[in-house]
Design a protein around this ligand. Structure first.
Ligand code: SPV
Ligand code: MN
Length: 635
């Protein structure tokens, strides 16, 4: 204990008060103290405050956030608005910065070809220099969180230092507090840690000034991420995508999975059962709205840990307890549950939307756009352009809302179950305008891993850079897979093979378009695909076997559309949506092959499936002499 105290003695008593010191000492963990000592002396905040799990401490973060202007109150009780930095439509802090997110690679270590990497020593030197004095004049929060339910075999603890109260407040909505859990570590270093600073701030509201110094450096060896000069949650919140990268590294050395999955409880009408689906879709491809489908229950919408469980199923937990969701296109018709949640009084953070007279407005909210207001670019009027003459929309396409899942009427009762919930289905989806049908079941488990590995998606505003470019998105996890992709796929395969009750796997695509560029499906049609998949996982429906997977029968979908959406689903719609696009699928296979050729140790099963699928598609083309084959041909 004395050793521990000596470590802290370097911090000036003007900077940290006795109460905060006592809270740190009570953890009895020298690793925590060393980290605090090192980064407080490097970042030089003017004040350090330790936040425990107490309501008083948590309230301090919430209210102080408003006092310092990182959030402002809106008209509805509990609602606040936060803005991230903005210079122009192409230079801003409104999305994840893939370019400046780098994995630190020790000499001779593996460099994932799809990610940005930097030599570990060089990267540390650079980011630590940027961190020197980065918190000057700021208050630094020391936070403790639990990634996963408390008292659970799944969970990993996390220490966060940040000088952003918005980050601290968001984490209170999104994660379970873990100060008391840290005490149970009994002094061990079994936790991840995250150091974040917004860096020098400018303006009102205060935003990061030096976006050119934005760095997010992932240090797998140190079990930590250092993030500086940013505020957008995907860059700043340690526990979100930064921790996912560390967890994937850990899971791949052990026997579990860390995934970019939502978790949904599916409740088919008239059947007294709940089945759980997990699903990976790249950002802005319908992930949160699937997790929030009407009549179903939500466990999580973004990140999950899975383990083989004693009952023979894989079990899964949400490592979060809240949603940081895309607000674009949330309106009463398309996303009724989310709409109700974010338009009624409760603790909610809006980010990067337009505000006018205390009301938030966003793209696709179904309301008339005000002529003027305040947004991420400051005072805004219709037609405002940036310095490159690019029009500034009233709200950012990647604007978000943050709420706690417990606040939702559809929260699943097992949200905090330390044993998680069993997984019956896995969904993989992408934004694909012309190749995959709306729903397709894998031929078997390995083929399911292949379906996940071969997701392609057109890019969206959730990451910086051009939109609408077709990119590979294996398991919608590519940005976060810091281990060799081949090894990651093999771990998936092995994971399923260990299970007595292996989940059924489905590819989903909500974004099919016709020749005129019009979407072929309504936003809520996905409910029918999900209910069909649930039925398949219990043997309720027959399906049509095609060379690339099982598709639904028209009659089953017709009934489901009637029962769940009150809609007539026509045979013409079915024929157009479920045709097998042979030429397009062959091209897709080529692209996948090219991508995986660049990767190390891609497992044999993957190449076997690629080769078999190609042969089957070529045979079909030969037999039918057509580019697209109607579903009925496979009956
Ligand atoms: C995503 O982009 O996948 C998100 C939001 O869930 S972010 O926090 O930016 O990662
Ligand atoms: Mn995500």
């Amino acid at each position: 204990m004395d050793v521990v105290k000596n470590l802290l003695i370097n911090i000036d008593s003007d900077v940290i008060d006795q109460e905060s010191l006592d809270k740190l000492y009570a953890l009895n963990n020298e690793h925590v103290l060393k980290i605090v000592n090192e980064f407080v002396s490097r970042c030089k905040p003017s004040k350090v405050t330790v936040i425990t799990d107490s309501q008083e401490d948590i309230d301090y973060v919430r209210y102080h956030c408003i006092e310092i202007g990182e959030e402002s109150k809106l008209e509805i009780e509990g609602h606040t608005i936060h803005y991230d930095g903005f210079v122009t439509m192409s230079n801003h802090d409104q999305a994840r910065d893939k370019g400046n997110t780098r994995i630190l690679i020790p000499k001779g270590g593996y460099k994932p070809p799809a990610l940005n990497t930097i030599d570990r020593d060089e990267g540390l030197k650079e980011v630590l220099e940027f961190m020197d004095g980065c918190m000057e004049g700021h208050e630094c929060l020391i936070r403790f969180f639990c990634l996963g339910p408390k008292n659970s075999r799944f969970s990993i603890l996390a220490l966060q230092l940040t000088d952003s109260f918005y980050v601290g407040h968001s984490e209170d909505l999104l994660y379970r507090s873990g100060y008391e859990e840290f005490k149970k570590l009994k002094g061990s270093n079994e936790f991840f840690y995250f150091i974040h600073s917004s860096g020098e701030l400018i303006g009102d509201p205060p935003v990061t000034k030096n976006l050119d110094k934005r760095r997010i450096y992932v240090d797998l060896e140190g079990g930590r991420v250092l993030s500086v000069c940013n505020q957008y949650a995907g860059n700043s919140l340690g526990l979100k995508k930064l921790a996912l990268r560390l967890a994937i590294n850990k899971a791949n050395k052990e026997d579990w999975l860390a995934e970019h999955y939502f978790i949904l409880g599916v409740h088919p009408k008239g059947k007294k059962r709940v089945s759980y689906a997990v699903g990976a879709y790249p950002s802005a491809c319908g992930k949160t709205s699937t997790a929030m489908l009407p009549g179903q229950t939500i466990v999580g919408d973004d990140i999950a840990y899975l383990r083989p469980w004693d009952d023979g199923y894989a079990h899964v937990v949400n490592i979060e307890r809240g949603i940081f969701g895309i607000i674009k296109d949330v309106n009463p018709e398309d996303d009724p549950v989310i709409w109700d949640t974010i338009t009624t009084p409760r603790e909610t953070i809006f980010s990067n939307v337009l505000t006018k007279n205390g009301k938030p407005y966003w793209i696709g909210d179904g309301r008339e756009i005000p002529e003027s207001g305040f947004n991420f670019s400051g005072q805004w009027n219709k037609g405002k352009t940036d310095e490159n003459q690019k029009e500034i929309p009233h709200a950012h396409p990647n604007a978000r809302y943050t709420v706690r899942i417990e606040e939702l009427s559809n929260a699943d009762p097992d949200l905090h179950n330390p044993d998680g919930v069993p997984v019956h289905m896995i969904f993989y989806g992408g934004r694909d305008s012309d190749t995959m049908p709306p729903v397709l079941e894998s031929l078997d488990w390995e083929h399911g891993v292949f379906l996940g590995a071969s997701i392609e998606s057109e890019t969206t505003s959730a990451t910086l850079g051009a939109e609408g470019v077709r990119k590979h998105q294996p398991m919608a996890n590519l940005d976060f897979v810091v281990v060799p992709l081949g090894k990651y796929l093999e771990n998936h395969r092995k994971f399923g093979k260990r299970l007595e009750h292996c989940p059924k796997v489905f590819a989903m695509n909500y974004f099919l378009k016709n020749q005129d560029g019009k979407y072929l499906n309504g936003m809520l049609d996905k409910l029918c695909w999900v209910i069909w998949a649930e039925g398949r996982s219990h043997g309720d429906y027959e399906a049509i076997k095609t060379p690339v997977g099982y598709i639904p029968k028209y009659e089953d979908l017709k009934e489901l559309f009637k029962e769940y959406l009150g809609k007539d689903y026509t045979k013409e719609d079915y024929m157009e949506q479920f045709e097998i696009r042979v030429t397009k699928l062959l091209k897709k296979l080529e692209r996948i092959e090219m991508m995986y050729r660049k990767e190390e140790c891609v497992p044999d099963f993957f190449w076997t499936i690629v080769n078999e699928e190609r042969e089957k598609l070529l045979n079909l083309k030969e037999k039918y002499q057509k580019e697209e084959i109607p579903p009925d041909e496979f009956l």
